[in-house]
Write a protein that binds this ligand. Structure first.
Ligand code: CU
Length: 130
């Protein structure tokens, strides 16, 4: 009697799928898990980085930012005091992880701006619990 390789493979596959599901469920950045969200929108003809919030850094190794560009052109997403500088494509959603070591803890209000368009309105991210 030979063991069924096919059955073993099937069982293995089921276990891997189950593990993957558990892994996703415990991801800190899953769905609404980001610490703060920013969205590039247009208001009365002006481009605006909308969003912000306050993040408590106490006991954290990193923070996550969910960044969404709802517009039809690329926009920049920069936070100098967090060493963040990204270019977000049209209709792109990106999760950015900022390591604690990149965050200037001498500042509590971090300026969020678009490095591509000087007139693009900025946002503020507050960080407490240094
Ligand atoms: Cu812009």
């Amino acid at each position: 009697m030979k063991p069924s390789v096919c059955n073993l493979a099937k069982r293995y596959f089921v276990i891997m799928v189950a593990l993957a599901a558990v892994g996703c469920a415990s991801m800190p950045t899953g769905m609404s898990g980001a610490d703060a969200s920013f969205t590039a929108v247009e208001k009365d003809g002006t481009k605006v980085w909308e969003g912000g919030g306050t993040v408590d850094l106490k006991g954290r190794d990193s923070i996550t930012l969910k960044v969404t560009n709802t517009l039809g052109a690329t926009h920049g997403f920069s936070i100098d005091t967090m060493k963040v500088q990204e270019v977000i494509n049209p209709n792109e959603e990106r999760t950015i992880t900022v390591p604690r070591g990149n965050i200037d803890t001498s500042v509590s209000e971090h300026r969020v701006y678009c490095q591509l368009h000087p007139k693009h309105v900025t946002a503020t991210l507050k960080v407490t619990g240094n």
